[in-house]
Each structure stands twice: as C-alpha cells, then as structure tokens.
Design a protein around this ligand. Structure first.
Ligand code: ATP
Length: 241
C-alpha cells in the first residue's frame, strides 16, 4: 500500500524566521524521491511537516485524501540517530513501536520478527542495541518503521553516520524494500551521489526561505554524469547554512 503525499503552499517559520515559504511538492503514490540541499535549507522541516512533527503556519499537507495533523502509523520515520531503547532487544524495540496500533501481543511479536527478517536481522532479534553494529542498529530502526506497514516512508539522512561499505549495503536494502513494498519514499540527504543512486527523482531545495530550485527525474540504469553535473551546479550555487 502507498499514498500520494501532497504539500500545497506550505509555510513554516521558527521564531519569526521563515524557513519554508509557500512550498509545493507532489509525491505520487509509490514514488521514491530524494530531497537534496545544503545544511539548514529546510529539508528536515519538509520531512517533519509530512511526518506531523512540524505544524505548518500556512498551507496544507495531505497523504492520500487525509490532512496531516499529527504523527501516525501510516507514516514511518527513520532518522540518522537510531533512537533505540538500549534496555530493549531489537525485537522489543520493534514491538514497542507497534503498541500504538493496539495489536495483540502475539501479533506484535509476529510482525516484529517478520520485519527484522525482512531487513536481514532475523539472527539478531534477541540482541540489545549495544550488541549490534551501527548498520545493524539502523536495520532495527528500518524494521521498526516498516513493521507498522506504513504507506509512506520518511528517511532523514538515515545512513549519514555509517561507514561507506555499510552505507552502500543499506542503500541496496532500502531500494529492495521499496521495490518489494511499493511504499512512497521521501529520502532527505545532502549527498548527491546517494540521491542519484537511490531515487527516481531528485528535488533540490535551497535558498532562504527554502524553495524547490530544481526537480529532475533520474533515469534507470547507469549513473548519468551530465545529470550529476547539472544537479551539482544547482547545489554549488547555493550558500551553505
Ligand atoms: N525547532 C526549531 N526551532 C528553531 N529553529 C529551527 C528548528 N528546527 C529547525 N530550525 C532552523 O530552521 C532551518 C532549517 O532547518 P532544517 O533542519 O529543516 O534544515 P535541513 O536542510 O534539514 O538541515 P540539515 O541538513 O543541517 O539537517 C535552520 O536554520 C534551523 O536552524
């Protein structure tokens, strides 16, 4: 299952400073979009307004036909910092996140184990975060987001703290999960190569307040150096935050 995500004229300010001003963004159901831009341009604010963590001052955010008012299980979120409970096992962390769905204990357990298996962590289900590598902890965070079977998956620089090899593996896993599940994905990054490796579409956000400066479809197949150069030019013309 997946849902279209629509931001219409979304404005957000913090303490009188405008971060997003009348931003429009349309993410078709089942699409994979990377939101790319320099630090501080408002990428996390866009993601937060879809997640329901940020309440815009103006405009509308909808998933499917439902207006976003608060966080909900239809939208799974993964951050750079895994935010796992250290005193719960991998399975316990995923089960805990399912409590808000009101599922019976047996069903929570079944779903948690299935999600951990889906991210390749069946063997680590009974381990505590401290016993898991960074990549494994991020797999738990991904399983936690997926176990609720969200229609939209929101990822905020999820692989930013991982070493290069683990990061490449996690990117491949995410692509595979997206292809299998067909969830609508919004992936925030400031890494152009990560955006191009993963997404079907790259949206460049920049300026103060943040706005969409470029919007490119990414063709299937080997990386296109011309497209990379074009996006890099947009990025490098921007001041960094
Ligand atoms: N809760 C908040 N209160 C005040 N200012 C905030 C808050 N959240 C974000 N900001 C400011 O809003 C601007 C945009 O922040 P945001 O985190 O959305 O950008 P970003 O592009 O995701 O940055 P980064 O890549 O560094 O995470 C920044 O100037 C930031 O300092």
């Amino acid at each position: 299952m997946s849902q279209r995500v629509l931001l219409e004229e979304v404005s957000v300010g913090y303490g009188g400073t405008s971060v997003l001003d009348s931003l429009d963004l349309d993410l078709p159901a089942g699409s994979f979009t990377a939101l790319l831009g320099p630090s501080g341009c408002g990428k996390s604010t866009v993601l937060g307004s879809v997640a329901g963590f940020v309440v815009p001052d103006g405009g509308r955010v909808t998933t499917g036909s439902a207006p976003v008012r608060e966080p909900g299980p239809d939208r799974g979120v993964v951050f750079q910092h895994y935010a796992l409970f250290p005193w719960r096992t991998a399975r316990g962390n995923v089960e805990f996140a399912l409590k808000r769905l009101g599922l019976p204990r047996g069903e929570r357990r079944r779903r948690a184990l299935a999600a951990l298996a889906e991210v390749g962590l069946a063997q680590g289900a009974e381990k505590y975060p401290a016993q898991l590598s960074g990549g494994m902890q991020q797999r738990v965070a991904l399983a936690r987001a997926l176990a609720a079977e969200p229609e939209v998956l929101l990822l905020d620089e999820p692989f930013g703290a991982l070493d290069t090899l683990t990061r490449t593996r996690m990117q491949a896993l995410l692509r595979e999960l997206w292809q299998r599940r067909g969830t609508t994905v919004l992936f925030v990054t400031h890494d152009i190569d990560e955006a191009l490796a993963l997404a079907q579409r790259v949206v460049v956000l920049g300026g103060t307040p943040g706005r969409v400066l470029a919007d490119h479809a990414v063709p299937e197949g080997p990386p296109d150096p011309d497209l990379r150069a074009l996006i890099a030019r947009h990025l490098h013309s921007l001041p960094t935050g």
